[in-house]
Write a protein that binds this ligand. Structure first.
Ligand code: CTP
Length: 401
C-alpha cells in the first residue's frame, strides 16, 4: 500500500529516535519515498547520516541548509507529503504542534501539511500522564491527527509505565492499514489522457501547446492511490509516475492518442479526458526540413484532428463514466456546458485562464465542475494534487451509482 507514497518522517529529541531508523527502512523497503525532518535535539540521539543513508535523501533539520544556503520550503514539503509521521513525538513537540509554535522545520511543515498526520508519543510516564500532555494530545486528535498510543513498559528513566514509543513495525502497520482503507476504487479501471499533443510540421518542428501534464498525472496518482488500475495515455511531458497500478502509454500526436484511447476505452469503468489535444494537424507533413531560403511566406494547411473524448463517449456503455476538462478564456460557463453535452460527459471540469493560479504549467488550479444533472460545484484555488482529490471524490460517487 505504501508503494510510491511520499512520507515525511519527523524525528524529535527522545531516546526512541534510534528506533525510527527501522521505520524509515521499512517504509523505503515498501516502496515509499521518505523525507526525514529532524528537530535540532533529535540529532543528539541519532545521526542524520544514518537516516539520509536509509532514506536516500539528505535529512532536513534547519530552515536553511548551511553549506548551500538553500532554503528548505516547509510549504512544498507539506504539499508533497501523502502522510506525515512524527516518531518519536516528545511532550515539547506535541505542545508546539497543539499550539502552533512554529520555531523549527518540523512544526512548520506540520502546520503546512495537507496530508494525514500520525504521531507516536514517547516520554516518561509522568510526563505522559500529565494533564497538559493529555490535553495537548486531545487537541491534536480534535484537529484530525492520528495518535499512535505509547505502550507500557520500562522507560529510559528505568521507571515502568506508559510512555514507550510504539514499535516501528507497528507504526509501519498503522500507516499501511491507513492507505489500504482508502481503496474505494479497488478493482476499477480508469483511463486518463494527459499532457499536450505534438503535431509534426517537418522532421524538426511541431505544433504544440503549454500543457505540462501535471493535472492528468495528479489524477492518475489519486485514482491509483485509491486502488484503481490506471491507463495513463500521455502526450510528451517531462513527468514521471512510478506506481504499480499505473500503466503509462506514451504518445505524441492526437491521432496516436486517439488510437490508444480507442484501444483501451471499451474495458474501462471510467475515463478522464484531461489532455490538451491539438485541434488541428498538418495536412501534408514535410519529409525534409522546410528551408528558409525557399519559402518566403510559407503557408501550412491544417486539417481537423479527431475529438478523442467525443468519439470515445459515442461508444459509451451504460455505467461507464466520462469526465472532460474545459480550459476557457471567455464565455466560460456557456462553453463548458456546451462541451458537457456535445461530448456526452457525466461532468466537466472548467478552469478559466482568467482565474489567477489556474491553467497550464502552474502547480495550482481553480476549478468549477458542471454535472450532467445540472449541478455547479465551485472550488477554491488549490494545489493540483488537492484538485485531483476533489475530482476523484466526485468520480468515485458516479462510479458507485
Ligand atoms: N478533447 C479531446 N480531443 C480533442 C479536443 C479535446 O479529447 N481533439 C477533450 C479534452 O481532453 C477536454 C475536452 O475535450 O477534456 C475539451 O477540450 P477543449 O480543447 O477545451 O475543447 P475543444 O472541443 O477542442 O473546443 P475548443 O478548442 O474550440 O475550445
Amino acid at each position: 500500500m505504501l508503494q510510491g507514497k511520499h512520507i515525511v518522517v519527523g524525528i524529535t529529541g527522545g531516546i526512541a529516535a534510534y528506533k525510527t531508523a527501522t521505520l524509515v527502512r521499512l517504509l523505503v523497503k515498501a516502496g515509499a519515498e521518505v523525507q526525514v525532518i529532524m528537530t535540532p535535539n533529535a540529532r543528539e540521539f541519532i545521526t542524520p547520516v544514518t537516516l539520509s543513508t536509509l532514506s536516500g535523501k539528505p535529512v532536513i533539520s534547519e530552515f536553511f541548509t548551511a553549506n548551500t544556503g538553500q532554503w528548505n520550503s516547509h510549504v512544498d514539503l507539506g504539499l508533497w507529503a501523502d502522510a506525515m509521521v512524527i516518531a518519536p513525538a516528545t511532550a515539547s513537540t506535541i505542545a508546539k504542534m497543539a499550539h502552533g509554535v512554529a520555531d523549527n522545520m518540523l512544526v512548520t511543515t506540520y502546520l503546512s501539511a495537507k496530508a494525514p498526520v500520525f504521531l507516536a508519543p514517547a516520554m516518561d510516564l509522568d510526563m505522559m500522564a500529565h494533564p497538559t500532555t493529555r490535553h495537548n494530545l486531545d487537541l491534536l486528535r480534535g484537529y484530525g491527527n492520528h495518535v499512535i498510543e505509547p505502550r507500557e513498559g520500562e522507560l529510559a528513566s528505568h521507571l515502568v509505565g506508559k510512555g514507550r514509543m510504539e514499535e516501528p513495525e507497528n507504526i509501519f502497520a498503522v500507516l499501511d492499514a491507513f492507505f489500504a482503507s482508502r481503496q474505494e476504487l479497488a478493482g476499477k479501471k480508469v483511463l486518463i489522457t494527459a499532457g499536450p499533443t505534438h503535431e509534426r510540421i517537418d522532421p524538426v518542428r511541431f505544433i504544440g501547446n503549454y500543457s505540462s501534464g501535471k493535472m492528468g498525472f495528479a489524477l492518475a496518482q489519486e485514482c491509483a492511490d485509491r486502488g484503481a488500475h490506471v491507463t495513463l495515455v500521455t502526450g510528451p511531458v517531462a513527468l514521471r509516475l512510478a506506481h504499480p497500478l499505473v500503466t503509462r502509454v506514451d504518445v505524441t500526436s492526437a491521432d496516436e492518442m486517439h488510437q490508444a484511447v480507442m484501444e483501451h476505452f471499451g474495458e474501462q469503468d471510467a475515463a478522464i479526458f484531461c489532455a490538451a489535444v491539438a485541434d488541428y494537424k498538418v495536412a501534408n507533413v514535410a519529409t525534409k526540413k522546410i528551408k528558409r531560403e525557399h519559402n518566403e511566406n510559407p503557408i501550412i494547411e491544417l486539417v481537423k484532428n479527431p475529438d478523442i473524448a467525443a468519439s470515445a463517449a459515442a461508444s459509451k456503455r451504460s455505467g461507464q463514466v466520462t469526465v472532460g476538462f474545459a480550459l476557457e478564456t471567455d464565455n466560460e460557463e456557456f462553453n463548458a456546458q456546451d462541451k458537457l453535452q456535445r461530448k456526452n460527459l457525466d461532468f466537466i471540469v472548467l478552469n478559466s485562464l482568467r482565474d489567477k493560479g489556474a491553467g497550464f504549467q502552474t502547480d495550482t488550479n481553480k476549478v468549477t465542475i458542471f454535472t450532467r444533472e445540472g449541478d455547479t460545484l465551485r472550488y477554491d484555488t488549490k494545489s493540483k494534487r488537492l484538485v485531483a482529490v476533489d475530482i476523484v471524490d466526485l468520480l468515485t460517487k458516479y462510479m458507485s451509482r
